[in-house]
Design a protein around this ligand. Structure first.
Ligand SMILES: N[C@@H](CCC(=O)N[C@@H](CS)C(=O)NCC(=O)O)C(=O)O
Length: 201
């Protein structure tokens, strides 16, 4: 299997976390967004990373990739078994992609500093709005690490890189959650060299 991945890209990071958590050996091909190699351009009509190649199967979109990995390599399972909780976890991923990842993308692409600061504030406030959910269980609504945590972690990891601080008091449950996730072997193994330098453990 091969994963085309960009070393700073949060969607690629999401896929790398799932690979590392499951201990899946794979060739990771580092690419530079905007300068993707010819073979990747031929394989993926959307010209995006992450892209996973497993023999004849080519998958793109990080959610499609991580759900495939969880089904193809069932141990350890990263989704709950009962349909209601599965649906709730899928909804959580949908919302994080739509709200948090979209804001990260806006911050990254915004040339105007003032406007970028506004996006950063919105991202910080949006994350803090979910604080109650981080108090319920050690992981996101769960005693076990799941695909939702693999989705949240790339965003929280990047906060210092974007100079976004969570308040010590009201943000404490999220800070505590983040340090639990960041201390996992799988998470540490998932980091590219550039991501390792984004913050101290
Ligand atoms: N919804 C997609 C989004 C992926 C995405 O936007 N990837 C960016 C990462 S920078 C990309 O590949 N852009 C194409 C490019 O920059 O060449 C996913 O979850 O994989």
């Amino acid at each position: 299997m091969t994963l085309f991945s960009a070393p700073t890209d949060p969607w690629s990071h999401r896929a790398r976390i799932v690979l590392a958590e499951k201990g899946i050996g794979i060739d990771i091909v580092n690419v530079e967004p905007g300068r993707l190699p010819e073979d990747l351009l031929d394989l993926n009509p959307y010209h995006s990373v992450p892209t996973l190649v497993d023999r004849d199967l080519v998958l793109y979109d990080s959610r499609v990739i991580i759900e495939y990995l969880d089904e193809r390599f069932p141990h350890p399972p990263l989704m709950p078994v009962d349909p209601v909780t599965r649906a709730q976890f899928r909804l959580a991923m949908y919302r994080i992609e739509r709200d948090w990842y979209r804001l990260l993308q806006q911050i990254e692409r915004e040339p105007d500093k003032k406007q970028a600061l506004k996006h950063k504030k919105v991202l910080r406030d949006t994350i803090l709005q979910s604080v109650e959910l981080f108090k319920v269980k050690p992981y996101f609504l769960s005693d076990e690490f799941s695909l939702v945590d693999a989705t949240i972690a790339p965003v929280l990891w990047r906060l210092p890189h974007y100079e976004i601080d969570l308040p010590r008091d009201s943000g404490q449950p999220i800070v505590k959650y983040a340090s639990l996730v960041f201390s996992r072997h799988g998470f540490r193994d998932s980091l590219s060299d550039v991501e390792q330098e984004m913050r101290a453990f």
